[in-house]
Design a protein around this ligand. Structure first.
Ligand code: FMN
Length: 346
C-alpha cells in the first residue's frame, strides 16, 4: 500500500495518541510489526512551537521512515504554516487531526469538532494541501464518523477532502459526541471506503487478530489502525500480521523477550525526555505493560515510588526475572486483559 508516492511496509497502522505515541513508542511499534505510525498531534500555534512539549513532538531523530506528523488547529492559514514547519523538521507525510475529541486550540475546539463546520474543515484541508503539494508531501486526514448520531457526515467530508487532494483518510468508527463510549461501528467506514479512490483506513476497537480480520472484511478498508490495544502490547502488530498471513496465532511472547522490549523502550524514552520527566512519563508505559500480568497491578502502583531511571530499570528487570522463573511465555491475566480499554485522559 502507498500513501501518495510513499510505500508502506504493510497495512497495520499505529493510531496517533497524544501522550502515548511519542517517538520511542512509534519506533517500538514499527519494530514489532506496524507498517506505519503517526505522531502525537502537534499544535498549529506558533507560540508553542518552541515549548519543550512541541519540540519533543517535532523531533524525529533516528525515526524509521515514513515520518508522519499529525497537526491540530482551527485556522486554515496556521494549519498550512504548521505543515510547512513540520516538513522542515523531517515530516514526510502530514496528517490533519479531525478525530480527536478533546482539544482546544486558540480557545476553539479542534480535532473532531471541525466535522461540525464543513466549510472550515475543507478550508483547512485546502490550506494544508497547498503547503504540502509543492514539497511533494502527501496529506492525510483522520476523522470520526461524524459529529453526532444524527449527523454522520464522514462520507461528505471525505469526498470533499479527496477532491481537495488528500491522499488517504482514516476513520474512527465513532461520532465526536460518543467520545469513547459504546462500540465502534464499521458501516460508516465501509461507506467512506466505497466512496473514495484513495486508501481508507479503519480504526476503532481493534483488539485482536480476529477483530482485525473482521474489520478489514466488513469495511473493505485498505488498512487498519490500532490505538489503545497497542498500549502495553506493541507486539499486537506482528500478531495480527502473522494471523492475517497464515490464519494461525503466534504464541505469546517469552517473558524475557517482553522484558527486553520494555527495557529498550525505557532507554529510548529516557533519552528523549531526560531523567525527571522520563521517569514520570515512563510509569504509564510500564503500567500498561504489566497490567494484564499476574501481580501487575501491585507492581504498577509500586512504580510511583521510584524517582530515578536506574531504580525503574532495576525494578522492571527484577520483576520480569521473577515472572520468568514461573512462566516461559507471558501469562495474560484474563480479567486484566479484558478490562476496558484505557480512555482518553488528556
Ligand atoms: C490517550 C489517547 C490519545 C489520543 N490522541 C489522539 C490524537 O492526538 N489525535 C487523534 O487523531 N486521535 C487521538 N486519539 C484517538 C486514537 O487515534 C483512535 O482513533 C482511538 O483511540 C480509537 O482507536 P482504538 O480503539 O484502537 O484505540 C487518542 C486516543 C487515546 C486513547
Amino acid at each position: 500500500m502507498h500513501i501518495g508516492h510513499i510505500p508502506l511496509a504493510n497495512r497495520l497502522f499505529a493510531a496517533p495518541m497524544a501522550g502515548v505515541t511519542d517517538r520511542p513508542f512509534r519506533q517500538l511499534c514499527k519494530r514489532l510489526g506496524a507498517g506505519y505510525a503517526v505522531s502525537e498531534m502537534v499544535t498549529s500555534r506558533k507560540d508553542l512551537w518552541n515549548s519543550l512539549k512541541t519540540s519533543r513532538r517535532a523531533n524525529h531523530d533516528g525515526e524509521a521512515a515514513p515520518i508522519a506528523v499529525q497537526i491540530a488547529g482551527t485556522d486554515a492559514q496556521m494549519m498550512g504554516e504548521a505543515a510547512a514547519y513540520n516538513i522542515d523538521r523531517g515530516a514526510q507525510i502530514i496528517d490533519i487531526n479531525m478525530g480527536c475529541p478533546a482539544k482546544k486550540v486558540c480557545n476553539k475546539w479542534a480535532g473532531s469538532a471541525l466535522m461540525q463546520d464543513e466549510p472550515l474543515a475543507l478550508q483547512i484541508v485546502e490550506a494544508v494541501v497547498a503547503a504540502c503539494a509543492p514539497r511533494n508531501v502527501p496529506v492525510t486526514l483522520k476523522m470520526r464518523t461524524g459529529w453526532c448520531a444524527a449527523e454522520r457526515n464522514a462520507v461528505r467530508i471525505a469526498r470533499a477532502a479527496e477532491a481537495a487532494g488528500v491522499a488517504m483518510v482514516a476513520v474512527h468508527g465513532r461520532t465526536r459526541e460518543q467520545g469513547y463510549k459504546g462500540d465502534a461501528e464499521y458501516t460508516t467506514i465501509a461507506a467512506v471506503k466505497a466512496a473514495l479512490r484513495v486508501p481508507v483506513v479503519a480504526n476503532g476497537d481493534i483488539t485482536s487478530p480476529e477483530k482485525a480480520r473482521d474489520v478489514l472484511a466488513a469495511t473493505g478498508a485498505d488498512a487498519i489502525m490500532i490505538g489503545r490495544a497497542a498500549q502495553g502490547r506493541p507486539w499486537i502488530f506482528r500478531e495480527i500480521a502473522h494471523f492475517l498471513a497464515t490464519g494461525e496465532h503466534l504464541p505469546a511472547p517469552e517473558v524475557q523477550q517482553a522484558k527486553r522490549w520494555l527495557l529498550e523502550h525505557l532507554h529510548d524514552h529516557y533519552t528523549l525526555y531526560g531523567e525527571f520527566a522520563g521517569v514520570r512519563s515512563a510509569r504509564k508505559h510500564i503500567g500498561w505493560a504489566v497490567r494484564a500480568l499476574p501481580g501487575g497491578e501491585a507492581f504498577r502502583a509500586s512504580m510511583n515510588l521510584l524517582e530515578s531511571c536506574d531504580a525503574q530499570v532495576s525494578a522492571v528487570t527484577d520483576w520480569f526475572d521473577e515472572l520468568a522463573d514461573a512462566h516461559t511465555l507471558l501469562p495474560l491475566h484474563a480479567a486484566a486483559a479484558n478490562e476496558d480499554l484505557v480512555e482518553l485522559s488528556a
